[in-house]
Design a protein around this ligand. Structure first.
Ligand code: CMC
Length: 427
């Protein structure tokens, strides 16, 4: 017999079905709860709430496990490529060789931007944060691809997915070039996804970017590590925006806006700033004391879901060592500070008790800096990678027959009904 949960409220007991996933915690189905009890449930920040059914990504935060369509993130990062992971997230299976060739062609075919689109960039102030440019520019894509704004057409949904995965590196590289005051570099279809992106960022008319397989592989791996992460804040934002039927470009722009916050992707920039502020290993104890005194948080530490080592941080730490060795920076003082800070935090009761472990952002800042990116670009790179996750989750939501417009309720604690008082009569 199917399991049920019972809630007794106002003298009435309500039976609620318990839903079972393929793995992970059971879910109490409260959809009929309000109709039967006249009460809401309360869960700010969704700490106990499953907002949707999904087959894309699974996280066991206590065990430090992250699976995409069943495949562990460590295996994907070591053995796969970002474009293959994109296919996996979108289609549910790893591609056959011929399916992958077609997919790669489809992405490559869409990398260019409409010539008129480039004029948008000139409208931003020269010192604009690249994330401000990204938020505006990606939303503006809706103005160029009217066919892809038809969310009810499955073929158009897939074309919009291809368009966004393909165009994000071009837009991100332009945001970077504009920020740097350098001319835009057009995409090249004979290069891999990561190589093309690095070239668009680092080539200048006077000197072409020199391909480097270690750095290209690191960029590709960083994209894989950030490709999707279950129902995080930006993904929930994309789903929520899409639930009204908004077009996919507008939804991804909403996701980018959410991602920008320091508690989400902005943490890698903050983590690097923190390491620079600490500066030397001898200053770590004083800094850790400040964390314990609650003057600030240890950036790149802790996670809403992981109460164990973030499996992405393991790969990122290894990638960090490889990149620093390749650029001749193995003695980077910031790496020494990071390793020692991690060692101290992992053995300190304050952090153990609260299950605070390094997250993916702890080592990504040092790695991205060594690749040549300024901190302002870190979140942009995250957005490039996460686009496939957002769009896969958006597609899944549109195709889910149980999908409804996101419309949470509230615990109202404001004034109750009172009569309007004319201004001359107010005391
Ligand atoms: N440094 C020090 N203490 C912390 C930290 C931290 N980074 N994170 C959480 N705590 C403490 C917090 O003070 C609280 O202690 P107490 O119970 O004594 O009041 C306890 O741990 C629980 O904290 P919380 O704020 O309830 O936890 P949360 O799940 O809401 O927060 C978080 C998750 C990621 C916002 C938080 O850990 C944080 O602010 N970390 C730093 C920012 C960061 O690195 N963010 C990147 C997340 S990974 C990238 C991504 O997936 O987007």
């Amino acid at each position: 017999m199917a399991e049920t949960a019972k809630i007794t409220i106002g003298g009435k007991t309500i039976d609620l079905p318990v839903l079972k996933g393929t793995t992970g915690p059971d879910v109490v189905d409260i959809r009929k709860f309000y109709a039967e009890s006249d009460a809401f449930t309360y869960d700010p920040g969704f700490t106990s709430t499953a907002s949707c059914e999904s087959k894309i990504t699974f996280i066991d935060g206590d065990a430090g496990i992250l699976l995409h369509r069943g495949y562990p993130i460590g295996e994907l990062a070591e053995q796969s490529s970002f474009l293959e992971v994109c296919y996996l997230l979108l289609h549910g299976e790893l591609p056959t060789a011929s399916a992958f060739t077609d997919f790669e062609h489809n992405i490559t075919y869409h990398t260019m931007l409409h010539e008129q689109f480039d004029r948008f960039f000139q409208g931003f102030r020269r010192d604009a944060h690249p994330m401000a440019i990204m938020t505006g520019a990606v939303g503006a894509l809706s103005a160029f691809y009217h066919d892809s704004t038809n969310v009810d057409d499955p073929e158009q949904r897939m074309i919009s997915a291809h368009r966004m995965i393909a165009k994000m590196p071009t837009i991100a590289a332009r945001a970077f070039k504009y920020f740097r005051g350098q001319p835009f570099v057009h995409p090249r279809n004979d290069l891999s996804y990561a190589e093309n992106f690095l070239r668009m960022c680092f080539s200048v008319p006077a000197e072409d970017w020199k391909p480097n397989p270690v750095l290209t592989r690191a960029m590709d791996r960083i994209f894989i590590l950030h490709a999707d992460h279950e129902q995080n804040a930006s993904t929930s934002t994309v789903r929520s925006a899409g639930s009204s039927g908004a077009n996919p470009f507008a939804c991804i722009a909403a996701g980018i806006a959410c991602l920008w916050g320091p508690a989400h992707s902005g943490a890698n920039e903050e983590a690097l700033n923190m390491l620079m502020e600490i500066g030397t290993v001898d200053r770590i104890p004083e800094y850790v004391q400040g964390v314990k005194d609650r003057r600030y948080r240890l950036m790149g530490f802790g996670h809403r879901v992981y109460k164990n080592y973030d499996p992405r941080a393991t790969v990122m730490q290894k990638t960090c060592h490889e990149v620093l060795a390749e650029v001749g920076d193995s003695d980077d003082p910031l790496l020494k500070v990071a390793l020692e800070l991690e060692r101290i935090a992992l053995s300190d009761e304050y952090f153990i008790e609260r299950k605070l472990y390094p997250n993916v952002d702890f080592y990504s800042g040092i790695t991205l800096r060594a690749l040549g990116f300024p901190p302002e670009m870190f979140t942009v790179l995250f957005a490039v990678a996460r686009t496939v996750g957002w769009i896969a989750q958006w597609k899944e939501m549109i195709e889910d027959p149980a999908q409804k417009i996101s419309r949470p309720r509230q615990l109202y604690t404001g004034a109750t009904h009172r009569p309007y008082v004319a201004v001359e009569k107010r005391g």
